[in-house]
Design a binder for this molecule. Structure first.
Ligand SMILES: C[S@@+](CC[C@H](N)C(=O)[O-])C[C@H]1O[C@@H](n2cnc3c(N)ncnc32)[C@H](O)[C@@H]1O
Length: 238
């Protein structure tokens, strides 16, 4: 990855370099030439346009603890970690059994070490874990009371030096916030996303809960050139 991507002091707001994105996305090519290329094009587009993973990698680079990825989808974070040279043990869970099956297959085929996946409804509970926790573009699919309870549970999982890394669309009065809501609704209606967004957290609400639990907390924009209202929230026990 580029020198800019490894600069720990400048907040990362750019997507992965094009070649790094292609390298990761190629893992999602079908094994047969006539196979379905949806996951390949989805991951390539996401990695080339969304600054999500560079921002998350920057937050996790100083850590050594295992990572629990809640609502992991295809497990792109596992690929981004390994491509970045980060060997943190990775455990991804998601409610979508088809994504977990494909994510598991691709990770095994690619030879990603220390990576596992399970189907899990975050509305029902969480696995046992001690370490860092990533919650990337997922909170809005949970009801507000479940969001709060889940955050309390994951805060209790944080070991010293581990981090809670959240990316989320935030509720505010901006056009970006409206665009995020409308796009999530369209994604659900079109069948790209099985779950329907229920409620977007606010920056004040997240800060109050994390800081109230004793976490040193940073909140910064992580939307890059996209039209969405996506922010990176990082909490660490002080
Ligand atoms: C926008 S995708 C983000 C995927 C991944 N975190 C990423 O950043 O690439 C949201 C994910 O949350 C998952 N999800 C939604 N509701 C969930 C629930 N109740 N339990 C577990 N996963 C859920 C969806 O299946 C989907 O994979």
């Amino acid at each position: 990855m580029t020198a800019t991507a490894h600069d720990a002091t400048t907040p990362s707001t750019r997507p992965l370099p094009r070649e790094d994105a292609r390298h990761i996305a190629r893992a999602f090519l079908p094994r047969h030439v006539l196979g379905n290329r949806y996951d390949y094009y989805y991951t390539l587009t996401k990695l080339r346009t969304d600054p999500l993973y560079p921002g998350v990698l920057q937050a996790l680079r100083p850590t050594r603890a295992p990572v629990l990825d809640l609502g992991c989808g295809l497990g792109l974070l596992a690929h981004a970690l390994r491509a970045d040279g980060l060997a943190l043990p990775y455990y991804g869970v998601d409610i979508d059994a088809a994504k977990i099956r494909r994510g598991r297959e691709v990770a095994a085929r690619t030879g990603l070490a220390d990576v596992r996946f399970d189907v899990l409804d975050l509305g029902a509970g969480l696995p046992a874990h001690h370490g860092s926790v990533a919650i990337l573009d997922v909170l809005q699919y949970l009801a507000p009371e479940r969001q709060r309870a889940l955050l309390d549970q994951v805060i209790a999982m944080l070991e010293p030096g581990a981090r809670l890394v959240i990316r989320s669309g935030l509720a505010d009065t901006s056009t970006r916030s409206r665009t995020t809501r409308i796009t999530d609704r369209i994604a659900n209606l079109a069948g790209w996303m099985q779950e329907r967004a229920k409620c977007y957290p606010t920056a004040d609400g997240l800060r109050a809960q994390l800081e109230g639990a004793g976490l040193a907390t940073t909140i910064r924009p992580l939307y890059g050139d996209t039209p969405f209202n996506n922010w990176l929230i990082v909490g660490e026990r002080g």
